[in-house]
Design a protein around this ligand. Structure first.
Ligand SMILES: Cc1cc2nc3c(=O)[nH]c(=O)nc-3n(C[C@H](O)[C@H](O)[C@H](O)COP(=O)(O)OP(=O)(O)OC[C@H]3O[C@@H](n4cnc5c(N)ncnc54)[C@H](O)[C@@H]3O)c2cc1C
Length: 275
């Protein structure tokens, strides 16, 4: 049971949602946007989140302009079923368990506090745009430009949708998630990659306390003048820090696992000729 009362709103438009947020905050009511609610409810039960009101964004319609539009309120289960972007489907399918995925939303996975945010990886490598609504209207940005360890949203802003180039969504790709054990759980390492114009793009979760895509890492992996082993070692050395070292796995073990996965990735994407 959630140990406090809160008001629930389900607006039908972006304008209604942002006006509601502003009005509630003016009245001194702490307000959260609400996707699937799994994290909000779980953390509320643990007294780690307290809110006076939630604004459920699931009834806000998507706007399509020819790109592949992925509404932030889509559940991961819906994404899996529709499969509009196969690499994203693979990432979504590895989050939590099926019951939770029917509730967890794309926006919630990316904006929540649990830092793995695995569905961000395909959006990094596809160079998706993100559409954000807030008190100052609607803006569209490159998702990567706005993601510095986490999505940088202003007060009262929420993610409406992501847009992915349709051709990019069908490019050759690679996805692997390794856990400490079993089929369900947080990652030791998750890799999502795709190959565009002969260049491998790669994003990782589970290595650092934030998901990332790094130009330096990709430059080393794509340096075909060097043997694959050297490329991988240089890429691993270029990872941002800190490397996670926790109950799921030590930093050294994570780096060992990720090096193996990077080798699999290069081989599967036809880039491991010199192994
Ligand atoms: C059992 C379980 C297992 C999990 N396993 C994994 C895993 O393996 N990998 C992984 O990456 N994650 C995992 N998670 C994390 C999960 O994806 C996040 O907790 C996610 O926030 C839940 O999505 P939700 O839609 O229910 O979010 P909510 O509970 O609705 O919201 C969570 C937070 O995100 C904000 N938010 C939600 N939607 C938006 C939006 N559109 N715009 C702006 N802010 C928004 C809310 O205000 C709130 O602060 C797991 C969670 C659970 C409960």
């Amino acid at each position: 049971m959630v140990p406090f009362d809160f008001a629930y709103y389900r607006p039908q438009s972006i304008a209604e949602a942002t006006a509601l947020f502003a009005a509630l905050e003016r009245d001194g009511k702490r307000t959260l946007y609400y996707g699937g609610g799994t994290e909000i409810i779980t953390l509320s039960r643990l007294n780690l989140v307290r809110t006076a009101a939630v604004i459920d964004i699931k009834s806000i319609p998507d706007v399509d302009n020819g790109s592949l539009v992925l509404g932030a309120a889509l559940s991961l289960g819906e994404l899996e079923e529709a499969n509009p972007f196969p690499l994203l489907t693979k990432a979504a399918r590895e989050v939590a368990d099926r019951t939770a995925r029917n509730q967890i939303t794309l926006g919630g996975n990316i904006c929540g506090q649990i830092f793995y945010r695995e569905t961000a990886l395909p959006l990094f490598v596809a160079e998706a745009d993100v559409i954000i609504a807030g008190p100052y209207g609607i803006r569209q940005c490159r998702f990567l430009d706005l993601f510095h360890q986490q999505l940088q949203l202003g007060r009262g802003e929420f993610v409406v949708q992501f847009k992915v180039d349709r051709a990019t969504a069908t490019l050759p790709h690679f996805h692997r998630k390794r856990r400490k054990q079993g089929e369900v759980g947080y990652p030791l390492v998750t890799i999502a990659a795709l190959k565009k114009d002969g260049t491998v793009r790669v994003a990782l979760s589970g290595i650092c306390p934030f998901p990332f895509r790094s130009a330096d890492v990709e430059a080393h992996l794509n340096d075909r003048n060097r043997p694959v082993g050297e490329r991988i070692q240089a890429a691993v050395d270029a990872f941002p820090r800190p490397i996670l070292h926790d109950i799921e796995g030590s930093a050294d073990y994570r780096l060992f696992v990720v090096a193996q996965l990077l080798e699999d990735m290069l081989r599967e994407l036809g880039d491991g000729e010199t192994v």
